[in-house]
Design a protein around this ligand. Structure first.
Ligand SMILES: O=C(O)CCC(=O)C(=O)O
Length: 176
């Protein structure tokens, strides 16, 4: 069984200028608003099945800068940056585990936060009352290795807030 607390990397103050990055991304990205729960955007190597047949924009310079900062901490070079824009506290992400077969082995997902603070919850699939809470303040990093996805789910619940949050999620997708 995986020791979840040591598998996860959590750094509340990982990067600077989170407020500037939030302003830049919220105003300058072409957001996909086809989903009700939140807006999304994807850069680099295609991420979702629906993106496989089109080429995405390369990383914005700020994504590249953050990716370079992540590399020594997570041990691999991300090639996709998938953004989630939660415009206010009603916007959320439900319980799920990530699909891992399209990720390079021995990698995972690194999540950087800008904007308003949200709680990141992780629960054991077999014991859903066993929940860990991580407070994702602006400038924070949380990293989940692939290995936890089989036994654990995660979610971003609704909160009471008028303010928005953007997560920048970095992955290394298989390229063939
Ligand atoms: O926005 C977040 O922090 C959650 C991202 C997430 O759950 C995911 O990428 O699987």
């Amino acid at each position: 069984m995986i020791d979840i607390k040591s598998a996860i990397i959590f750094k509340p103050n990982f990067f600077e200028k989170a407020e500037d990055i939030y302003s830049l991304l919220s105003s300058s990205i072409r957001w996909d608003d086809s989903m009700r729960a939140r807006k999304t955007a994807s850069f680099g190597q295609p991420y979702a099945q629906s993106e496989k047949n089109r080429s995405l924009d390369p990383f914005h310079p700020i994504m590249q800068e953050l990716s370079d900062q992540l590399e020594p901490v997570i041990g691999f070079k991300p090639n996709n940056c998938f953004l989630n824009f939660y415009e206010d506290g009603k916007s959320k992400m439900g319980w799920h585990a990530d699909t891992t077969h399209f990720l390079e082995s021995e990698t995972g997902v690194a999540i950087l936060s800008v904007g308003d603070t949200r709680i990141f919850q992780i629960r054991r699939k077999k014991v859903p009352t066993e929940i860990l809470n991580y407070v994702l303040t602006p400038g924070s990093l949380i990293y989940m290795p692939i290995s936890i996805q089989e036994e654990w789910q995660h979610a971003i619940p609704k909160v009471v807030s008028e303010r928005g949050r953007i997560s920048l999620t970095f992955r290394q997708m298989k390229t063939e």
